[in-house]
Design a protein around this ligand. Structure first.
Ligand SMILES: Cc1cc2nc3c(=O)[nH]c(=O)nc-3n(C[C@H](O)[C@H](O)[C@H](O)COP(=O)(O)OP(=O)(O)OC[C@H]3O[C@@H](n4cnc5c(N)ncnc54)[C@H](O)[C@@H]3O)c2cc1C
Length: 397
């Protein structure tokens, strides 16, 4: 069999959204991902190692933490297209690295006015990265059920409660935590939640916060924490934005978060596809490369097709976001489709690798484990289905 191409992007549909500038950014991100991120991921993921600081520094130099940050704050001043293009390339190597760019990439309004001039440029450089503490043991899909409380004490706020799944709580430079500042109103549970920015020393948890890393099966490269806030005292200026508007703030960037997750899912699926194509040529059974078997060839065809579908929808949702067109339902659709697709495609990729796929010697198992998570975080598949069906049928009673 003469290899036609091992690069699926060579046969990808041409998208009018991919301008020369965007193709150049994609090329830069691809080069970085394949040469700087992939070898590190292959070495560190299976041993639970953390994303190295020098890799983060290089990403900062390339501007990956400030793609969407306005130029006047030191960012690249680009849009959501460039953001997802970079995220897809990074996820093709290591999803955690594609995820860490979301801990920067803030825009105007991400920080309250008194912190913006200081924190936004630092965020764009990668020097001021976020951990996001919204989920709780009893508040996952139902975030309005959160019970962490913050009360005023003089000029300060005192926070008490339990948070769950706070990724990067230790490595970040600040934790954005959501807490009730008014008692729960059962008739309007999303009201009375506020957000706080707790600045801290990198590598530590803030005073008054204790925790343990969760024993997770993937998404390595950084830790995900269970946190306990015990009389955690923060200055009055830690209140981010208007008091009581935390739920709305958390929902503000949801469309961008969902296309970013779609990009991560697509990157993982592409990793599985590219590695599987290479394996089809390399592995011989019954005296010929396994890629001669139609059963394997058709898997490759389906994997490539599903990736193309997901990416096309992702670009259309990005176009809507950039045009300011309301698109929360299509954003849910692409998050749902891309993450379900990534699980299918990475699982097929693992199957093509046979027993080798079930070892940590091949990256396909990492793509499969990480793809599994894309169906759970940033709103589970079932929550996306609920949003989409509510849009079509009206809310269920
Ligand atoms: C590795 C990892 C990292 C994470 N990082 C962060 C982070 O940094 N910050 C943060 O705040 N959170 C984070 N999360 C939390 C993540 O967002 C939640 O896990 C997710 O929202 C689901 O909540 P849950 O796990 O409590 O599941 P649950 O809400 O308990 O859901 C359990 C099951 O019930 C289904 N279900 C629930 N409600 C409905 C409904 N109404 N209709 C149909 N089905 C429903 C769900 O789809 C799911 O299948 C992380 C999670 C993981 C696993």
């Amino acid at each position: 069999m003469t290899p036609r191409t091992t690069d699926p992007s060579a046969i990808a549909a041409h998208s009018a959204h991919l301008t020369e500038d965007r193709l150049a950014i994609r090329g830069l991100a691809r080069e970085f991902a394949m040469h700087e991120v992939l070898p590190v991921a292959n070495e560190l993921d299976s041993t639970g190692g953390e994303i190295p600081m020098d890799l983060r520094d290089k990403m900062g130099e390339l501007g990956f933490f400030g793609i969407m940050t306005p130029e006047k704050y030191g960012g690249l001043g680009l849009g959501v297209f460039e953001y997802v293009i970079v995220a897809e390339e990074l996820a093709r190597a290591w999803m955690s690295v594609a995820s860490i760019i979301a801990r920067g990439n803030k825009g105007e309004g991400s920080f309250p006015p008194h912190l913006q001039d200081r924190m936004l440029p630092a965020s764009a450089r990668g020097d001021c990265l976020e951990a996001f503490a919204l989920s709780e043991p009893g508040a996952g899909s139902d975030v309005a059920a959160l019970t962490t409380r913050a009360h005023r004490d003089g000029d300060a706020w005192v926070i008490n409660g339990q948070k769950m799944w706070c990724t990067f709580a230790d490595g970040a430079d600040f934790i954005r935590v959501f807490a009730r500042t008014e008692p729960l109103d059962p008739a309007a549970r999303h009201r009375g939640i506020s957000s706080f920015i707790i600045e801290k020393e990198r590598g530590t948890l803030p005073p008054g916060v204790h925790g343990n890393p969760v024993r997770k099966i993937g998404y390595h490269g950084w830790k995900t924490w269970e946190l306990s806030f015990d009389d955690c005292r923060v200055p009055g200026e830690a209140l981010a934005g208007e008091e009581g508007r935390g739920f709305q703030q958390a929902m503000t960037f949801l469309d961008v978060a969902r296309v970013h997750t779609a990009a991560r899912a697509i990157g993982l699926a592409r990793g599985a596809l590219e590695d599987s194509i290479a394996y089809c040529h390399q592995r011989e059974q019954f005296g010929r490369p396994i890629g001669h078997n139609q059963a394997i060839r058709f898997k490759i065809a389906n994997m490539a097709t599903e990736i193309e579908i997901a990416r096309s929808l992702m670009y259309e949702v990005c176009a809507d976001i950039e045009a300011g067109v309301p698109c929360s339902t299509p954003a849910s659709m692409v998050k749902l489709y891309a993450s379900e697709m990534a699980e299918r495609v990475t699982s097929e990729g693992l199957q093509i690798h046979g027993g080798a796929g079930y070892t940590t010697d091949f990256a396909v198992e990492r793509y499969w484990r990480d793809a599994r998570l894309t169906k759970i975080f940033e709103g589970t598949s079932e929550i996306q289905q609920r949003i989409i069906s509510d849009a079509l049928l009206g809310r269920a009673s």
